[in-house]
Design a protein around this ligand. Structure first.
Ligand code: GLN
Length: 491
């Protein structure tokens, strides 16, 4: 089945004209028709448009053009703008909003010849860790459909795990790429802040948001980053620096690289099988020639609290634009204030409202200094912890999540428990550094009996600012020496 292949495998078949982009695209669409009813990764997909793009790619291939993404179907989280298509952020408040332009990453994927299709489910406005906060129903984990796929990019992770697309894009503000990638058994990359343009990404917390990929292996992650990275004058935080060939880092030995294990991440409450899998991965990295040393990131304890001040503050400002006048849905009222209230009251879900209220509070006069300003200072300390650690090590190794995928409904009544599922991923966004999650084993899922009785576990690698090449080098060496990425859920 073509949809089960990786980008590099499909690209080789497209290049020698063994298969057509139309066949590849059709195999993904057939797979969606067969399984998406059970996992609900997609909010919508326009098959005729996808096939038309495939035919255009086939013409380019027939004319002799070759590039790694030419003819490759890639699906998008509902947070990214595609001209002429809905972009709802899985929220009712965007109503029938249609994007008037393409996000920069979409432009870049199109230029590379990718078939950009579909709207993937997510937590409303990317706020959540389970995709249960979507206004359009929960996405389910392909490894066990009684469990969540993680979030907020749960649809993006589930679609790759279920072979519905060769790769997908998501966004990561506090872990929303790495956490669902870990829970669904894919490779997820959150690039360095400023490496990928945020133009056309509907903002949650602008100083933390980054766009990144979900792929089936590390090589595909390197290919995707090469296609979407680069300076963009339309995003003022985009960094002007050349984009290297990230695939050049693959296959290099990791002998002599120094990896740090932060002692603060070895917390109580971590699932025993997650801990065992990460310990085994560290051992494997050592066998491959890396030197592993214990390091300290002393301000780790404050990360979740700092994040929920800064992210909510920025969200309360960013989401002020959804007022019933400028975008999407409108619920009328006697005067403009009533119209705003009615629209926002009916349009936003409970979690989004909770964040807006929290964010407005921490920014309000009298509380700004005590919460927001302080959080900004601690954020600087967290970044300094990492920069200091990177004077000593080339990359940092941690679990991606403290537990495997949890049950639907298990944490939805307890926001704090939900927030804690990002305990290992949040610091990376606060520090602006790159993070990659890749499969490192499975936990047993006794409930399901012998068949398909396992749940993916993720290993997180954190890198120096713009150190993505080192992350790919380490991740690829580990992946090639282990079997995990070749396993598929029995859907
Ligand atoms: N789960 C975190 C939150 O709810 C992170 C979300 C994200 O990265 N978009 O804020």
């Amino acid at each position: 089945m073509l949809n089960q292949l990786t980008i590099s495998e499909v690209a080789a078949k497209l290049a020698n004209r063994e298969v057509s982009a139309r066949q590849v695209t059709q195999s993904c669409l057939d797979r969606i028709a067969a399984v998406d009813g059970r996992i609900h990764a997609f909010l919508s997909h326009d098959d005729a448009d996808a096939l038309a793009q495939a035919d255009a790619a086939d013409k380019r291939l027939a004319a002799g053009e070759r590039s790694p993404l030419l003819g490759v179907p890639i699906a998008l989280k509902d947070v990214l703008c595609v001209k002429g298509q809905p972009a709802n952020c899985a929220s009712k408040i965007l109503g029938k909003f249609i994007s008037p332009y393409d996000a920069t990453v979409v432009e870049k994927l199109r230029a590379a010849g990718a078939i950009v299709f579909g709207r993937l489910n997510m937590d409303e406005f990317a706020m959540g860790s389970s995709t249960e906060n979507s206004a359009f129903g929960t996405t389910l984990n392909p490894w066990d459909t009684t469990r969540i796929p993680g979030g907020s990019s749960g649809g993006s992770a589930a679609a790759v795990a279920a072979d519905e697309a060769l790769a997908t894009l998501g966004s990561d503000t506090g872990g929303s790429i790495r956490q669902p990638a870990a829970l669904c058994g894919c490779v997820g990359l959150k690039p360095t802040y400023g490496l990928v343009s945020r133009y056309g990404l509907i903002a949650f917390a602008s100083s933390l948001d980054q766009i990144g990929s979900f792929t089936k292996d590390v090589r595909d992650a390197a290919t995707m980053l090469g296609a979407i990275a680069g300076h963009d004058p339309r995003d003022s935080t985009s960094v002007p620096r050349p984009v290297p060939d990230y695939t050049a880092a693959l296959g290099k030995s990791i002998k002599g690289l120094k990896l740090g294990l932060p002692k603060e991440y070895m917390i109580g409450g971590m699932d025993a099988e997650v801990k065992a899998a990460v310990d085994a991965a560290v051992k494997k990295l050592t066998e491959l020639g890396a030197e592993v040393v214990e390091i300290s990131l002393p301000h780790t304890d404050y990360a979740v609290a700092v994040y929920y001040i800064i992210a909510t503050a920025e969200a309360s400002a960013n989401l002020a634009r959804f007022d019933g006048i400028r975008y999407g849905a409108r619920v009328d009222g006697a005067d403009p204030i009533a119209l705003y209230g009615n629209t926002r009251g009916a349009g936003f879900g409970a979690e989004v409202k909770r964040r807006i209220i929290l964010g407005t509070y921490v920014l309000s006069s009298g509380y700004y200094d005590a919460f927001y300003l302080r959080a900004q200072k601690v954020r600087t300390l967290i970044r300094q912890d990492f920069l200091k650690a990177f004077e000593q090590v080339d990359a940092i190794v941690t679990p991606t999540t403290p537990t495997p995928a949890f049950k639907v409904g298990e944490k939805s009544g307890d926001p704090l428990q939900m927030y804690l599922s990002d305990i290992f991923t949040i610091s990376c966004n606060l520090a602006g550094i790159p993070g990659l999650s890749l499969p490192c084993g499975f936990a047993t899922n006794a409930e399901r009996g012998a068949r398909n009785a396992k749940l993916p576990i993720g290993l997180q690698l954190l890198g120096k600012p713009f150190g993505e090449e080192t992350l790919f080098q380490i991740a690829h060496a580990y992946e090639q020496a282990t079997p995990w990425h070749r396993e598929k859920p029995a859907l």
